[in-house]
Design a protein around this ligand. Structure first.
Ligand SMILES: Cc1cc2nc3c(=O)[nH]c(=O)nc-3n(C[C@H](O)[C@H](O)[C@H](O)COP(=O)(O)OP(=O)(O)OC[C@H]3O[C@@H](n4cnc5c(N)ncnc54)[C@H](O)[C@@H]3O)c2cc1C
Length: 424
């Protein structure tokens, strides 16, 4: 038996729990962990979800105040959430379908842009933009009524993996014996580190500043992205009504300065960057949420299951991969992990237990290709647009215009962004 110790988190909410057993334990209370736990319980597996923040139901967003965390949800995420019976329960008036994406090079010239359109691609929409809380709230609600799912608000202190399963020792003193552990405990996963799965990591030395704006011109259901001279990227994602959500990737120092701006200073900033293209497109912008900044990095776990001798653990979401938000795909990729895992476990042969090595290898094989491709493309795009030499920049802007003229390449780009996945 190999025994590993996890570093406790500081803000644990203690909740006493007795020694118990479960078919599967999901560690993590982010959207991927919650979706996975609900899906496993819906498959009929006795499931326990553990995270320090599961103590209360996330409030349902309402009114004019919009949440700070806004995501672009791809059709593959919509499909999974529909299968979990979450999507139709969401207040659709708080979701904005995206019909077009316009991506501009840093010279602000007419031909340096790429236009992707749902109409041209023959799809009803390219994505939806919505609040993280919208999904969190519905997942919390659905979990309360799922009798195969139990939630424990604490952290995992210690995990022992052996040939038959794992034992999780909890900070609150309880312990759980389970066949399979799903690690969804995020980018700094203690479970991943402690079962010895290495990860390749790189800091982008950038932060993403996020905030919401009211705009005076209609956004035309379009997601805009401007690559600025230097390494900055500004994305404006459409929200219902005349609102947009901004993701500005910039140096950590600039992000700190931007966090301190008042409305008048913001006005000056936004009218000066991208040759004034942002305000020309969206009109006057008024702050509609408190800005926040997040450090950016790339990370990929070497294995998505482990350990080799007893692979009784599967990694999903940011525990397995983290990417730059320029393509808005991190959570979507994590939800595709969940969809694939549910497909494999839901269709397993009757003689296989959920932690059967063959099933876990199947999961790892299916997820590694999609993950590597998306991480590679996002990373290369990021680096291409960070190029400082004028030749590289000219070539890149010229390339944008060239891709824009190729229906074939644009169709492939859209297919990747839609991230189709079939449920069996
Ligand atoms: C600025 C920005 C914009 C983004 N925009 C998009 C977008 O538009 N579309 C998109 O798809 N993605 C986007 N992403 C990526 C997305 O935010 C992440 O991929 C997603 O939040 C990861 O979710 P997760 O559930 O895997 O992990 P997390 O949300 O990090 O959840 C981890 C959970 O594990 C719990 N935990 C940690 N340690 C333990 C422990 N020892 N025991 C128990 N529980 C533990 C935590 O409390 C938490 O509940 C963006 C990211 C950034 C930074």
């Amino acid at each position: 038996m190999s025994e590993v110790h996890l570093k406790p988190l500081s803000n644990s909410m203690a909740q006493s729990t007795k020694m118990r057993t479960a078919d599967v334990v999901v560690v993590g209370g982010g959207i991927t962990g919650k979706a996975c736990a609900l899906g496993l319980a819906q498959l009929g597996l006795q499931t326990i979800e553990i995270a320090p923040d599961l103590g209360q139901t996330c409030p349902n967003p309402s009114g004019n105040q919009w949440g700070q965390r806004i995501y672009a949800f791809s059709p593959s995420s919509q499909k999974l959430l529909a299968r979990l019976q979450i999507w139709d329960a969401i207040d659709q008036s708080r979701l904005q379908p995206v019909q077009d994406m316009r991506i501009y090079g840093d010279r602000g010239e007419k031909n340096d842009f790429l236009h992707l359109s749902a109409f041209e691609a023959g799809t009803p929409q390219l994505a939806w933009i919505g609040e993280s809380n919208l999904i969190d709230h519905r997942l919390d609600q659905a979990s309360r009524f799922q009798n195969k799912l139990e939630r424990v608000s604490t952290i995992v202190d210690k995990i022992s993996v052996d040939a038959d399963g794992s034992t999780l020792h909890l900070k609150n003193g309880g312990s759980i014996r389970t066949q399979l552990v799903i690690a969804a405990d995020g980018a700094h996963s203690a479970i991943r580190n402690n079962i010895g799965i290495n990860a390749s990591e790189e800091s982008y030395s950038q932060s993403a500043l996020v905030t919401n704006w009211l705009c005076t011109y209609p956004h035309l259901e379009t997601a805009f992205q401007w690559f600025l001279p230097g390494r900055d990227i500004v994305a404006m994602l459409p929200l219902p009504g005349k609102q947009v959500s901004m993701v500005w990737s910039t140096s950590p120092e600039n992000a700190t300065d931007l966090l301190k701006l008042n409305q008048a200073q913001w006005h000056e900033q936004l009218s000066s960057i991208a040759n004034g293209a942002i305000t020309k497109q969206l009109g006057e912008l008024t702050l509609n949420s408190i800005p926040a900044a997040f450090p950016l990095r790339r990370m990929r776990a070497k294995r998505f299951i482990g350990p080799e001798n007893h692979p009784k653990v599967a990694l999903i979401g940011d525990t397995a991969h983290v990417m730059h938000p320029l393509a808005g795909q991190g959570l979507n990729l994590g939800l595709r992990d969940v969809a694939v895992l549910l497909n494999i476990l839901g269709n397993r042969e009757s003689f296989r237990s959920p932690s059967d090595r063959v099933l876990l290898r199947r999961y790892e094989r299916q997820r590694q290709g999609d993950t590597s491709a998306l991480l590679w493309v996002t990373d290369k795009l990021k680096k291409l647009f960070s190029a400082s030499s004028s030749t590289e920049r000219q070539l890149r802007n010229w390339g944008l215009g060239l891709v824009n003229k190729s229906h074939f390449i644009k169709q492939r780009l859209i297919e990747r962004a839609l991230g189709e996945i079939d449920f069996e």
